[in-house]
Structures are given as C-alpha cells and as structure tokens.
Write a protein that binds this ligand. Structure first.
Ligand code: NAD
Length: 561
C-alpha cells in the first residue's frame, strides 16, 4: 500500500495481485496504470508528477491525481470519466462498450499553439503537458522505446554497415526516460556508443538499470574506451558526463572518426536543454529567473550542437534527428543548414508504418514477471519464423528483452507488430487471462508514435509522399475509431515528442480481462487501430501500404488523389 500525505507529493506504486481496488478490471486497469506512471521506478520526477520527456505529466496536480483516483475507484462500467489536461472534469453516463476514460491533453487552437502561450496557461493552472504516454497512462519505462530504438539502429546497420554495428562508433546525447534506451539499443546491434549527458544521476541510473555499461571520467577516457572496443568489434556503451553542445564540436575539432550520430536531449523544449557554459547546478534557477533569455541561449547552443552534427555528416557519418525537434530549434538559434540531415522516420521507419506496424505493448496488472514471461512464450509461438522470415528478428528481440530488460514498475513488454498481428496477440492474451495461464488481466496499448495515430511534420509524418505532413485529421479519426471500437481509454494530445505547435496524436489502451466482451473489443480495437496506419499510408500514395491493404483485407474506398 502507498504511504499517503494527503494532498502533496508522495511515493506512488500501483497495487499488485488479482484483488480489485476499483469496481472492475476495466477501471482497475487505468487506475493501476496511472499509478504505475508515477512509480519512482518509471517517473523521472515523480514529486512533480513528471513521467518523462521534459515535463510530460500524468496528472495536473496532486489534487487532480487524488480526484482521478477517487473517480476511478468508484466508476461503474456504464460510466466514462473525462480528463482535461490531467484534471478530471466530469463523469458521464455512457454504456459498457464506451471507453471508461476519455483524455484530452495540452490541446490548443492553432494560432495559440506556442510554448509561450502554453506556459502562460500552465502557470494559470489550466493545462499540463501530457507528452505521449505520460498523460495517457501507458508508459512502461525506457523499454517502451527500446525496441523502436533497436529497430532504428538495426536499419542504420542494414543501410550502411552490412547489417551490424560491430566495429562502428555512435555518438549521441541524452540519457533521460527515452534517450536512456540508446546505449542498450546500440550494444544490442553490437556497436560502441558514447552517450553525452549533463546530469550525472541519469548516467548512474542507466548503469543501475543495465541500459548503460560504463561511465567515462572525461572525453579522452571515453574515446580510449570506445576505440579499443570498436577495434575489437566488442559492443560497449559509455556514459560521458558533459554537455553535447561542447562535446560534439570538440569531436569535430579533433577529427574523431564517428560512424553514426544522433541526439535525444529534450531539445523539443528549450527550457529542458542545458546550454553550453551553464553549470548543471544552476539550470533550475537560471531558467526560472529568465525563461526567455534561457530559451535564446539554449537555441544558440543547439545551433552549435547541430552544426557539429552536420560537420560529422560531411565527414561521412550517418546522421539523423531522433524525433526531438533539435533541427528546428537549431534553425531558430540561427543555424540555417539544420535540416541537412533527415528525421529517423522517413529514413528508417516508414516502411514499417506501411504495414500497420508500431510500438505495440502490454503490461501485467498482476505485477508478476511470470505473466510477462508467459506472454513472451505466447508471442514466440504465435509468430514462428517458418511462417514469415521477418519473425526471426522478432524472436531475437523477445529473447534478448527477456534476458536484458530490467522491468520498471509493473512488468511489461514492447513488441512492434503490424496489421493482423496485433489482434492475433490480443486475442491470445485474453484467452490466457480467461484460462488462468496469466494470474491477472493485462493492458494492451501502444505509444502515440504509431503508424496511424499521429501528425508530426518533424517526425512521424516528415516528408510524406503526398506532402500531407501537417494534416492532423488522421490522429483525430484514430481516436474516434478507437472510441467506437471499444478501447478502455482513449486520448488525444498535442505537442508530444516534438513540442507544442508541432504535433497532434492519439492513444488507446484496451484491457484483456478474460471476458467475452473484452475479446470482442480487442478484436475490433487491435484491428482498426493499426488499420488506420495502413489507410493513412495508402492515402498518401505508398504502394507497400496498398499491397498490405489488398493482401490483408483493409477496405479503402478511394484511390489516393
Ligand atoms: P528527458 O527529459 O527524460 O531526458 C533528456 C536528457 O537530456 C536529460 O537527462 C538531460 O539532462 C539531458 N540533456 C539536456 N540538455 C543536454 C545537453 N546540452 N547535453 C547533454 N545532455 C543534455 O527526455 P526523454 O524522455 O529521454 O526524451 C528525449 C527527447 O526525445 C525528447 O525531446 C522527446 O520528446 C524525444 N522523444 C523521442 C522519441 C523517439 O522515438 N525517438 C520518443 C519519445 C520522445
């Protein structure tokens, strides 16, 4: 049980086991997942309700958190709780097929969608930043991004290095909630990586969680460790305490041969990026005292940081933006050539999106790691490599994840699956709950960074074939179709990943509680949700998506314009 200090910050941990604290699993699930987001194992700053990604929050205030918990504990299976940017604002009579929770986070009308206006409203207590899975209660720790990051580095390896990163050096920065997946993703591809991070505590945390191998004393030490490992073709991840805006230009000056460069500092929010020359200890005080001055300083540092990335690209490195808007911020900081390298989605991920693939995930509400082990075995059985050779990589992922992934909070698994595959997995999990193979229900959800749920012109929808990058109708249709299909909770957010003004995206979570009703909902949600991805890419003119639609029976009434 959670020790409570009514009203204020306190450690939160989801209940475990098969005993309900709410009235049914359909409400117990969002309750546990909200709490799980705030578990100190998961949340980067739990006292401030910040889960990950700069200031991505699970609830607007501790009072709002308490009110959400009270509502969910009491909510009936024909009622729906409405959450407006982290605050519960209404409970409405609906019906059993309706979502139990509907969430809208950080949405602003177009002309008002700037960080400045957002912060003004946030200071008034009227909104909060929901990121993607923070405000929609389906964060599963750094693992949530690990497989996507692993797939991205695997695609880099396929494109440039003969299918492996062995014998190569990657340089990146940011070891936060998402960025912390980078070192393990690179070593899983047999490469060597130096991860620059200004916060020493983050380096320690990633080492403790076995995402990062070692900490270097300084740049010389990091380069010595990296060179030896690279030459021996031995995987190694190295944390370097330093500022990327200083370290990367130094690598350029020294002419260090680097093979792959990216970045996962919280560049999307200039207040969450530490400018060069500012001591880490002075960060909070400086950004609070003069936010506008701090933003200008952060942007000019990002300009230097990105200038160095472009120089490394000119020297032959594979360079990509890892979805944090650093190119746009650098451009605002005065570096005109910031878009000289591509975003990771058009470069590596879009072909997967055409198949309705994306970051499918599930969490065991029991808290028992044995439940995840059982679902892992089920996935291996459901997707045998002799059915499709691509399942070989999926098998390698599940086996590696089973061995190497440290659970944070409730045990969970991520596994990218496509159209048809997600429904197959969901049906099986529900059967496993019904038969008692699993000790309690599981939740099945995904990141908003999915094939058909997001409009984000600097990331997921960068450089769409038909130029439809900024069309956000798709994300809204996605939320609507998930609501109509029986998802347990559905969310519509703005600004996740790349920051306010730059994205609109939707999420869904469905609960496998072993009932017949859940089986029907799961079938529809896990078919229609990735179906949106196929449809979106067919409409944009991707022939692979059109083939997938034809082969797997996704109905698309019209040809692309
Ligand atoms: P986070 O805020 O938890 O971590 C960011 C880290 O960057 C912090 O540890 C911070 O100390 C460090 N940092 C800040 N300035 C630095 C500097 N100048 N030099 C070195 N380190 C610095 O954020 P996160 O959850 O890890 O996300 C990182 C970024 O990636 C965000 O912009 C987020 O929106 C984006 N993101 C990308 C994906 C993806 O799939 N690629 C997914 C989610 C989020």
């Amino acid at each position: 049980t959670t020790p409570r200090t009514e009203g204020g910050p306190r450690p939160v941990r989801a209940p475990r086991g098969s005993r309900l604290t709410a009235r049914s699993w359909q409400t117990e699930a969002p309750l546990r997942m909200l709490m799980n987001n705030l578990d100190p194992e998961n949340a980067e700053r739990p006292d401030d309700l910040v889960v990950y990604g700069g200031t991505g929050r699970a609830a607007r205030s501790w009072e709002a958190y308490d009110a959400i918990v009270a509502c969910l504990t009491d909510l009936a299976d024909d009622e729906t709780l409405l959450v407006q940017s982290g605050k519960p604002v209404g409970v409405m009579r609906t019906h059993p097929w309706a979502p139990r929770v509907l969430i809208a986070n950080s949405n602003l009308v177009g002309d008002w969608a700037s960080w400045e206006e957002f912060r003004r409203l946030e200071d008034l207590g009227l909104t909060m930043y929901g990121q993607m899975t923070a405000g929609s209660w389906i964060y599963i720790g750094t693992q949530g991004i690990l497989q996507g990051t692993h797939l991205t580095f695997a695609a880099v390896a396929d494109k440039r290095f003969g299918g492996t990163l062995a014998g190569t050096l990657t340089v990146t920065a940011g070891l936060g909630g998402m960025g912390g997946a980078q070192p393990l993703a690179v070593t899983m591809n047999d490469g060597v990586v130096i991860c620059v991070e200004v916060d020493d505590a983050r380096i320690a945390r990633r080492i403790e969680h076995r995402y990062l191998d070692v900490r270097a004393d300084d740049l010389d030490h990091a380069l010595a460790l990296a060179t030896t490992a690279r030459d021996e073709r031995r995987p190694l991840s190295i944390g370097l305490h330093g500022n990327a805006a200083e370290v990367l230009p130094e690598l350029v000056r020294r002419g260090v041969p680097v093979d792959v460069v990216t970045d996962q500092t919280s560049a999307h929010d200039p207040l969450a990026y530490l400018p060069a020359g500012v001591p880490f200890a002075a960060w909070e005080e400086r950004r609070t005292a003069d936010p506008a001055g701090f933003v200008a300083q952060a942007r000019s540092s990002m300009a230097e940081h990105v200038r160095a990335m472009v120089a490394l690209q000119d020297a032959g490195a594979e360079v990509f933006d890892y979805g944090n808007s650093i190119r746009d911020e650098a451009r605002k900081g005065g570096f005109e050539e910031a878009f000289a390298f591509p975003g990771f989605v058009p470069a590596y991920i879009r072909p997967l999106f055409c198949e309705g693939m994306g970051p499918f995930r599930w969490a065991a509400l029991s808290g028992d790691p044995a439940d995840i082990a059982a679902t892992d075995r089920a996935i291996l059985e459901l997707f045998p490599p002799d059915e499709k050779p691509e399942y070989e990589r999926l098998h390698r992922w599940i086996e590696m994840a089973g061995e190497r992934v440290h659970f944070q909070g409730l045990p969970a698994r991520i596994c990218w699956l496509g159209y048809g595959e997600r429904a197959r997995a969901g049906r099986r999990f529900n059967e496993m709950v019904a038969s008692g193979e699993l000790s309690a229900p599981v939740v099945i959800g995904r990141d908003h960074l999915d094939c058909g749920s997001v409009a984000s012109p600097y990331r997921e929808t960068e450089a769409m074939l038909d130029g439809s990058d900024a069309i956000a109708d798709w994300a809204l249709l996605n939320a609507l179709v998930n609501t109509a299909s029986g998802a347990t909770w559905v969310s519509i957010h703005h600004g996740g990943g790349v920051g306010i003004g730059r994205s609109i995206h939707a999420g869904q979570v469905v609960v496998a509680d072993g009932t017949e009703l859940a089986a029907e909902k799961i079938e529809r949600v896990l078919t229609n949700d990735p179906g949106m991805g196929v449809v979106r890419h067919v409409d944009a003119g991707y022939s692979r998506a059109a083939d997938v639609a034809a082969e797997r029976g996704v109905r698309v009434p019209m040809e692309p314009v």
